[in-house]
Design a protein around this ligand. Structure first.
Ligand code: PHB
Length: 405
């Protein structure tokens, strides 16, 4: 199915100083965890406000993603009078930081000390992997609103683990056949941040690409969170005979990678493909002209031409003076599924919310309607997007809906 092209561009209104400040924020300090207990606070047992935890990075390379997620969650809450499922919400926001060292204790504390009935958020795959067992043991639902680590759900479903985002494998695989078709038998080089998300996205892409007849020219894995100079990796690519490149980077790393890809003269010769995170939101503003022509796959673009998305984009822009991102939508939808679950749940404790999550059915989202699959991941379409300049702003124009692999 072809996605209708938008009639006009929507200028991003984020100032460059805000973007730079967000991208340069420092690392988090870890907070301590404690033993797990399923006990609920008196307020939840007595029908008082439901305590909900939101864990997103406020520091490190993924801080801008965390800001978008907090905005998305809070927008939904504001649109519903501060309530979910008709119940008052006591929202406790915690800093995930850059990885599991900070993210695991931050989320664990929300369960053990704050007695949250559910926890939402988590950007980093390694953090999600580190939290899975804690949530299963404590019988509190974790609604992952970004981190795509495959094993969090695919190693065996749990009533307590849910995801409103994607699996790394699926988002990588969604672009495989399309790239194979575009390069027509020429080899493609794979490069990514060296941690769970990058390895799984590249793994998913590689399998789908090779299944469609594609050839891989070589692979590089760059140290996560510390690589600022990509030249040693980029300088090797041309010598491999590659005719295109597939990548995964996000946040501050995506800015550095795409700018240097252009500066070292690769963008003129080797088309750049990637999962959509590489050109999403604030990073695209910072990449500017260097990103033009980059093609990505993702389950969202702010240019989706549907009444639900237009309404969402208008509300988001009015509230935050910038266009929404996939991170904002994933968190907005996490609030929506909690809204539906809390409306059905007999109490606001973890077990009641988990049971109700299994009964909510289709989610009417800015990305389009989606449902949880058997492993509690979204069953959703992926779109081919291409970065274009429109009226001085850079956008992820929708090209088509990608065929299911
Ligand atoms: C992840 O670690 O799963 C991850 C992080 C940032 C993204 C996408 C996935 O943009």
């Amino acid at each position: 199915m072809d996605v209708p092209m938008p009639k006009s561009s929507r200028a991003r209104r984020r100032s460059s100083s805000m973007v730079i400040a967000a991208l340069l924020t420092g690392l988090a300090t870890a907070c301590g965890g404690s033993a797990i207990s399923g006990e609920q606070p008196a307020s939840q047992a007595a029908g008082g406000p439901a305590t909900i935890g939101l864990v997103v990075p406020k520091s490190g390379v993924y801080a801008p993603l965390g800001a978008d997620m907090e905005n998305g969650f809070k927008l939904y809450l504001d649109q519903h009078g501060g309530k979910l499922g008709g119940k008052e919400i006591d929202l406790k926001v915690s800093d995930e930081g850059e990885g599991p060292q900070t993210g695991v204790p931050a989320a664990t504390k929300l369960v053990t000390q704050d007695k949250a009935g559910a926890v939402v958020g988590i950007v980093n795959s390694a953090t999600a992997l580190g939290l899975r067992d804690t949530f299963i043991e404590s019988k509190v639902p974790l609604i992952i609103a970004n981190a795509g680590a495959d094993d969090v759900t695919t190693s065996g479903g749990s009533p307590y683990i849910w995801r409103t985002s994607f699996t790394n494998n699926a988002v990588g695989a969604s672009l495989g056949a399309e790239v194979a078709k575009q390069v027509g038998g020429e080899p493609v080089y794979l490069i990514t941040a060296d941690y769970a998300a990058g390895k799984e996205m590249v793994g998913g892409f590689k399998k789908a690409f090779e299944d469609a007849g594609g050839k891989v020219a070589g692979e590089a894995y760059t140290p996560f969170g510390t690589t600022k100079d990509f030249q040693p990796y980029l300088s090797k690519i041309k010598g491999t005979g590659a005719k295109a490149v597939f990548c995964f980077y996000a946040g501050a790393e995506a800015v550095g990678f795409v700018k240097q890809y252009d500066q070292f003269g690769l963008s003129g010769d080797l088309p750049l493909f990637g999962t959509g995170f590489v050109t999403e939101g604030a990073v695209l503003d910072a990449q500017g002209a260097a990103a033009v022509g980059t093609q990505t796959s993702l389950h969202y673009s702010d240019l989706i031409d549907s009444p639900k998305n237009k309404e969402f984009v208008t509300a988001y822009q009015a509230a935050f003076k910038e266009a929404p991102t996939v991170y904002a939508v994933q968190a907005y939808d996490a609030a929506a599924v909690l809204d539906a679950a809390l409306a059905k749940a007999a109490t606001t404790d973890g077990e009641a919310i988990s049971k109700a999550l299994a009964e909510i059915g289709a989610v009417d989202s800015p990305r389009g309607t989606w449902t949880f699959d058997a492993e509690h991941d979204p069953e959703q379409p992926y779109y081919l997007r291409k970065v274009e300049e429109r009226s001085g702003a850079y956008v992820n124009a929708l090209v088509s809906e990608l065929a299911k692999g």
